[in-house]
Unconditional design. Sequence first.
Length: 339
Amino acid sequence: MDRSSHPRSRRIAPVVAVAAAAALTLAGCSSSSGGKGAEEGAANASAGKATTPRMTVALVTHQAPGDTFWDTVRKGAEAAAAKDNIKLVYSADPNAGNQANLVQNAIDQKVDGIAVTLAKPDALKGVIGKAEKSGIPVVGLNSGLSDWKKLNMLEFFGQDESVAGEAFGKKLNEVGAKHALCVVQEQGNVGLTQRCDGVEKTFDGKLDTQNVNGTDMPGVKSTITAKLKQDPSIDYVVTLGAPFALTAVQSVGDAGSKAKVATFDLNKDLIKAIKGDDIQFAVDQQPYLQGYLAVDGLWLYKNNGNYSGGGEQPVLTGPAFVDKSNVDKIGEFAAKGNR
């Protein structure tokens, strides 16, 4: 693809992406970084394999070490790669400068497409422009809904974090919360900031914000514990990721607090916590779907000229609430690592 063919470089009519499943045959996943586990995971998803020429796609995220949320994103990406005859190259770094270097590495390797998260979009602006100049289509996922069009990207797949935050705030009102603590595990991450800001916009009670270092879980636990001991009026702890919610439950116990815990994002351990009343509810942005659609979107663009949203609108994957009313059904999929 040359620069002139990029849909945001000239005005062309939107095309709706349609996958021709009938043309596909069953096969396993081939990923440069997933190994046997990736192949088995994709095979379990019953994905077919396209007969189109082999592509290489780089998925570059801001995953921090130990953050299991990204395992689900990656699993979805691997399933799409298996279906579409794509070699998937996964890399991640929570440091924005390092993440930009990983995108540059993908450009240097002359990949056929790049899917990237935009937790700190300003740091990635330059390298995304280099990808476009090199004729490599770039799609965004998970973080960066407010910036993907400014960066001239092809598509975006994810959740509107402001909308999700506002829905969360309304939910807190419904359950009678009066004083909530919003725990931010990565300071400067625009998506996390938008979540807390959204909560504050609609929540009728008082909202405090607490920054923690998400890569230091013992530190996260001690900081939340100290805050709860300092202010016993806090009746809800709001976390922005499943692992931090589970840690917050421990903090509540250590502090002798009566606060309840609710969170953004989901994993199989959190499902158990909701069933056991340790977590009241969670907002699910469907990370598996984000990874799957981002990789599949690049295949559709290269082979069919399709691009979801016509280059003008994002594809939203959330928010959806998970609580005691629907946790059993969703738990069936979370147990497989698909939700």
